[in-house]
Design a protein around this ligand. Structure first.
Ligand code: SF4
Length: 225
């Protein structure tokens, strides 16, 4: 929840998309190519991810299942954090320590659920995205959300994720880094990583281009191989 020392409101034109933190945490250069240079490339993994999200964003926006209300494609934002975006799924679970919801009896606790293709990752990118979604929900609904869930399509499994103070602090730090790059309009340089192999942007990014070699030299070398 918001604390008084954080009271600062961003203008809407300065808002970041929640998804930016996921791309940036995976690879700052990938973030720069997408959000500063407006480049995009699909591969089989991004297409699978889109299909999974379309399922999560089923047109049935709200449904009640027993003690649970399930809301899909819920728009969220936070003027305090300067971000906006969409939660795949937000569940409201009957719990007398929770909040009231108009038109429903009782009280409910809030559980954001983010859908991802593949498996749990080594990095924190999915956890940071989920944490940021929860922080927006906390501001909007004036509640505390101690836990969220990540659903991974490849293993058909939902993992509970504690939304810790540490991850919230890191999320704010990463948002600040993103703003600094955005203000400078600077796309971070290549820093090769394991994720390059499956990155949909690799043909635009050219991660194998040595720093001492020009793009022209690189292409000539690759064509002659
Ligand atoms: S290919 Fe590697 S360095 Fe380039 S954007 Fe993708 S992950 Fe980042």
């Amino acid at each position: 929840m918001c604390t008084c020392d954080e009271f600062h409101e961003y203008k809407e034109e300065d808002y970041l998309q929640i998804a930016e933190i996921q791309h940036y945490q995976f690879c700052p250069r990938q973030w720069g190519l997408i959000y500063l240079e407006y480049q995009w490339a699909e591969n089989v993994l991004t297409v699978e991810g889109t299909i999974l999200h379309q399922k999560a964003h089923d047109p049935q926006i709200k449904e009640k299942r027993g003690k649970r209300i399930v809301v899909r494609s819920m728009r969220v934002s936070s003027p305090r954090l300067g971000v906006t975006g969409m939660c795949d799924v937000v569940e409201f679970i009957r719990d007398e320590t929770g909040i009231s919801i108009p038109k429903y009896q009782g009280k409910y606790r809030v559980l954001p659920v983010e859908y991802k293709r593949g498996r749990p990752k080594e990095g924190n990118e999915d956890i940071f995205q989920l944490t940021l979604e929860a922080m927006c929900l906390e501001d909007m609904l004036v509640t505390s959300i101690p836990e969220g869930c990540l659903y991974y399509g490849e293993i058909h499994h939902r993992t509970a994720v504690p939304l810790t103070r540490e991850s919230r602090t890191q999320v704010k730090k990463v948002l600040q880094e993103i703003r600094e790059f955005r203000n400078r309009k600077y796309t971070p340089r290549v820093k090769r990583r394991r994720g390059c192999k499956n990155c949909s942007m690799k043909n635009l990014c050219l991660p194998e281009l040595p720093r001492t070699e020009s793009a022209r030299e690189y292409l000539a070398r690759r064509l002659s191989e």
